[in-house]
Design a protein around this ligand. Structure first.
Ligand SMILES: [Zn+2]
Length: 1041
């Protein structure tokens, strides 16, 4: 070869090598290195199950003018990105999206995804249908929505999620830690949002990561490792966002191109890691690499993270690895540290000064109530579905389950979505309800043994009743637009009761016998009620209030597009007695044919200014009202000798407008920022009306043109029921308003009050105080608000004053002796937390819109000190699970033509102990029966009822043989014993090894011969039961015709 030729070849070779040598293999295979700072790089996407767009819009990627977000892209692009490098990892959280996607995949992709999951590259964590909110959901809903997701995951992938991932909810509930954490078998829970003052202190003490013991009663037996992120759930500071549209600097490592920046990017990564290490214990820190709806083109993220891992590890100062929260948790555990102890909860949450996220405790009160009503309905419908036998093809309760699950999302029931998304949640619930209603109707037809040829089957008329229930009607719009047939049915049903007798069936989903009051709207004042044996039942007619009638008319017009043809004139009230998990039936007919009359109430009116005192109540408990203002009430119970002067008032907080501030912070859907309190004085000349009768006494008050209320005392009950109507809240003055009611007592409550955690354990609250840090008070009202799902109470050395609620709301005790509930909010400004809409709910007739009017109830009672829990717990269950009513018509005077007029689904001699509630009785799709029982009391809450309870499982399934009982985790995705075996035993600072800590008592293993289930305070036990059906098990139920 001559020189020229050689040079030519050399140049050519050089040229080729210049082109080809740019291929880089990035080393991403690093695992943990002892003694070095290990950065766990955790790729994730936070996919809200509805927020600015609906859940379906987020999934398919429509409505992108609002937000460029498509979850389908995330999951589609994830598969090849993970396949490209076996070291890459990803966690996926929201099952509502994952299951939508899964259904659409080919068998090939499904196989690949199964392999990715079993290898640990893709980890499903949290595992519920959504990342539920922790303030507004009831614990039963949290359990149900988690179970739905977990059961799918175990069925499809045979894995059990290990990690709680509540990164976005706005504060964290104790129930989340112990029930939806430890009791579902999670090893840890991570979250992003804790109070800014709390966070500061935890930085200093390196106590962002703790052992969280959420329940006083269950203590260390139900604790969990809990980690609050240093800032939020986004990548660390320094520019590490890699979506196509993100503008963080990418790692440019080609020296032939401009802007080579490897060292600069490595330095930024190392700096962020060292900063985080300064506030974190052990040699392990986590980088949450992702945020809302990221990884729509997953490759863009992994390309950059591959490079970062490669160069950071070459640099050698720290060790970075692809990881998951599971790997991170195991590393924390292996470090064998003792961790700080955290008890109680992380409420309320403020992200900075003057920004308490306590408004959303009440935001969208109608949706909150709708969710609660559907929750209870779902519980009852599943029982009835079980009695009849589940139909896989449908109708069944699955779509209601799905809708309810999605409604627990932290922008759904929380009230922090856009209006069109809130409508979507309501629509889903309405659709689910319609299907569940037909399950209920079929089951009741079956259980009542109706002769279909002769008698129309029972129909549920919750829709009928919803005419009169503002909260329901206000969210039913979507359903009527969607289902015109349903609408016709509603109109038809409105004429219910003209010539026919109505049979009312009352179903009780509680495990105890129940005596309760039924209230129905009727058009005639000439009515008699009979029980199934033909005995007349005492009943009372109460005139409709003008406010109520006006509200009903307005909503009929708004949602059905016509004026009501027939206006109910009265509430018919009668007392019913219903066996546990059973029903009784009553007939309502026109009195002239049957003899006997419903008592008309005695009505008296007291004009404004007239000074007198009136008494209501005709049992142990009485209330006295001063008639001039109607605000001073004297409570007296002769049985307990409790006397208490009360004052009940309304006021509103004007919502802060921060538009002109240097650091603007308005009151909005999330944030409650009051700007002054304004008492609402009774206005006008409308007299106070007192209605008396044999079953109930009522005081009707019209406070002003947009607030009215009815205070009730029922015969035989020792609590006060208050039903309020609030709205249309006026905004002509350009100021948002947050309406509260205050009930003041003389109790020396010493800044202390108690509120429930997600409807379960009560937590002590002290005004202007936090047990975890020295509180700097900047919002003396908003900073003392807490979520209430069940109730709130005060106590002093002699008395307890308890208030129970009918939905999730916010409340506090701002003044000693006083309970304050925020009933409604109407706001004109956004609070800059992303929703970008003012919370101004309206109802429109044609083009004229007015502020949403809501209606609701709360209940109160005064007990001797130490005796209030019994009412709170027992009555709390009754509030949660109202009687389910169903109706049938028959010609007046004709005898009843169905076979069974009453029924109990459990042994006729049996009822659940007073301290035990049935949370779930459900036939699963695999034929197993899912049963959950809950002890209702905390340790020391009641002298007797805080004791151990025992349930005879055989008695719950009369006529059936229990073939097998398997105790499961709370979400029923693994055997409890397997879960306990895997449980990590954490060490707590200042405590000996776990064995030395006094363990909470728990019920002993269920003996398969005795089949008794023991429950200790606050224990919830979940079992799968296989029943052997006798060929005709049906007749074994107890029927009384
Ligand atoms: Zn979110």
């Amino acid at each position: 070869m001559d020189l020229a030729k050689f040079l030519c070849w050399a140049v050519l070779l050089l040229g080729i090598s210049l082109v080809e040598s740019r291929y880089m293999v990035y080393n991403t295979s690093h695992t943990m290195v002892p003694g070095k700072l290990n950065v766990h790089v955790v790729p994730h996407s936070h996919d809200d199950v509805g927020w600015l767009k609906t859940v379906d819009q987020y999934y398919v990627g429509s409505n992108n003018s609002i937000q460029v977000a498509c979850v389908q892209n995330v999951l589609d692009s994830l598969v090849p990105a993970l396949l490209a490098d076996k070291n890459r990892k990803f966690i996926y959280v929201e099952q509502a999206f994952f299951q939508r996607w899964w259904r659409e995949q080919s068998d090939e992709i499904k196989l690949i995804v199964k392999q990715l999951i079993s290898s640990g590259q893709l980890e499903l964590i949290n595992g519920g249908m959504c990342m539920h909110d922790e303030a507004a959901p009831h614990y039963i809903d949290m359990i149900d929505q988690t179970t739905l997701g977990h059961r799918f995951i175990i069925r499809e992938f045979n894995v059990t999620p290990r990690i709680g991932w509540q990164i976005d909810p706005f504060g964290h509930s104790a129930v989340q830690a112990y029930l939806l954490g430890a009791e579902v078998g999670f090893d840890s829970v991570f979250f992003g949002r804790i109070d800014y003052q709390d966070r500061e202190k935890r930085f200093k003490e390196k106590s962002l990561e703790v052992i969280w013991r959420g329940s006083k009663s269950l203590g260390s037996s139900s604790q969990i490792f809990a980690g609050a992120f240093p800032k939020n759930y986004e990548p660390p500071p320094g520019g590490f966002y890699y979506e196509i549209t993100d503008d963080s600097p990418v790692v440019q490592d080609d020296p032939d191109l401009f802007d080579y920046n490897v060292q600069e990017r490595v330095n930024a990564f190392v700096a962020a890691a060292l900063d985080q290490a300064n506030i974190t214990r052990t040699d392990h820190i986590m980088f949450t690499m992702g945020t809302d709806f990221r990884y729509q083109y997953a490759h863009t993220w992994f390309r950059q993270m591959d490079k970062l891992l490669h160069y950071v590890n070459l640099d050698g100062r720290i060790n970075a690895l692809y990881s998951t929260p599971s790997i991170y948790t195991d590393a924390k555990y292996a470090a064998n540290e003792a961790w700080p102890l955290k008890t109680e909860d992380y409420f309320p949450y403020a992200d900075r000064i003057n920004a308490y996220w306590t408004g959303y405790f009440t935001s969208r009160p109608a949706l909150k109530r709708y969710v609660r009503v559907m929750s209870a309905y779902y519980l009852a419908a599943r029982q009835l579905e079980f009695f009849k036998g589940r139909s896989e093809k449908g109708p069944n309760t699955d779509s209601l389950a799905d809708a309810l699950a999605i409604a627990q999302h932290h922008d759904a029931v929380s009230g922090t979505s856009k209006q069109h998304v809130a409508d979507d949640y309501a629509k889903r619930l309405a659709i689910g309800y319609v299907e569940a209603e037909s399950v209920v109707a079929t089951s009741l037809a079956h259980l009542t043994k109706v002769d279909n040829a002769l008698t129309p089957t029972f129909q549920q008329a919750n829709n009928l009743l919803s005419y009169t229930l503002a909260f329901l009607v206000s969210v039913f719009a979507a359903e009527h637009k969607l289902l015109p047939r349903k609408r016709n049915q509603l109109i038809r049903r409105e004429k219910f009761g003209k010539q026919k007798a109505i049979i009312v069936l009352a179903y009780n989903s509680l495990g105890w016998k129940r005596v309760d009051i039924v209230r129905l709207p009727v058009v005639s004042g000439n009515i008699a009620v009979h029980d199934s044996e033909g005995h007349e039942v005492e009943s009372q007619l109460i005139p409709f209030t003008d406010e109520y009638a006006a509200l009903r008319n307005y909503h009929v017009e708004a949602y059905l597009g016509h004026t009501p043809t027939q206006a109910p004139k009265y509430w018919l009230v009668f007392s019913v007695s219903v066996p546990p998990l059973g029903f009784t039936t009553y007939t309502i007919s026109t009195a002239k044919k049957t003899g006997g009359y419903s008592s008309k109430s005695y009505v008296s009116r007291y004009p404004k200014g007239e000074q007198s005192v009136i008494d209501i109540g005709h049992g142990h408990m009485k209330l006295s009202f001063s008639t001039d203002q109607g605000t001073a009430i004297s409570y007296f119970n002769s049985r307990t000798s409790m006397t208490e002067p009360l004052t009940q008032t309304f006021s509103y907080y004007s919502s802060y407008n921060g538009s002109n501030d240097k650091e603007p912070q308005n009151s909005g859907a999330y944030v409650f920022r009051p700007n002054g309190t304004f008492p609402i004085k009774p206005e006008g000349q409308v007299p106070l009306t007192v209605v008396r009768g044999p079953l109930v006494d009522e005081v009707h008050q019209r406070i002003n043109p947009w607030i009215s209320q009815v205070t009730r005392v029922y015969k035989g009950k020792e609590h006060v029921e208050v039903e309020f109507i609030v709205g249309n809240i006026p905004i002509k003055d350009g100021v948002g308003k947050e309406v509260v009611t205050q009930i003041s007592s003389s109790l020396k409550s010493n800044k202390t009050f108690y509120t429930d955690s997600s409807g379960r354990d009560y937590i002590k609250r002290v005004r202007d105080y936090r047990s975890d840090w020295k509180l700097q008070v900047n919002q003396p009202v908003a900073g003392n608000y807490y979520p209430i799902n069940h109730g709130i109470y005060l106590q002093d050395s002699k008395k307890e004053f308890s208030v129970m609620v009918d939905r999730a709301i916010g409340g506090s005790s701002i003044v000693d002796g006083q309970v304050e509930l925020m009933l409604h909010r109407r706001l004109l400004l956004d609070d800059s937390r992303g929703v970008a809409e003012a919370l101004n709910e309206t109802v429109c007739v044609q083009d004229k819109c007015t502020g949403l009017t809501i209606q609701g109830k709360y209940y109160y009672r005064i007990d001797p000190y130490g005796e209030g829990a019994k009412w709170r717990r027992t009555f709390g269950q009754e509030i949660y699970s109202p009687l389910l009513l169903a109706f049938a018509q028959q010609d007046d005077g004709k005898p009843l033509s169905f076979g069974a007029a009453s029924f109990s689904g459990i042994d006729s001699s049996y009822s659940l102990p007073d301290n035990v509630a049935l949370l779930t009785l459900q036939e699963l799709d695999d034929g197993n029966v899912l049963l959950r029982l809950a002890h209702l009391y905390e340790v020391g809450e009641d002298k007797e009822l805080s004791g151990v309870a025992s349930v005879e499982l055989k008695k719950l399934f009369p006529g059936k043989k229990i073939a097998k009982v398997t105790e499961m985790s709370l979400s029923a995705n693994q055997e409890r014993s397997a879960m306990e075996k895997k449980r990590l035993v954490w060490k707590v600072e200042g405590e000996g090894t776990d064995g030395e800590v006094k363990k909470a008592k728990r019920g002993k293993e269920i003996d398969p011969r005795k089949l008794e289930m023991e429950l200790y305070p606050m224990e919830i036990r979940t079992v799968l039961i296989r029943l052997e059906h006798s060929p005709s098990h049906f007749h074994k139920y107890r029927f009384d015709a």
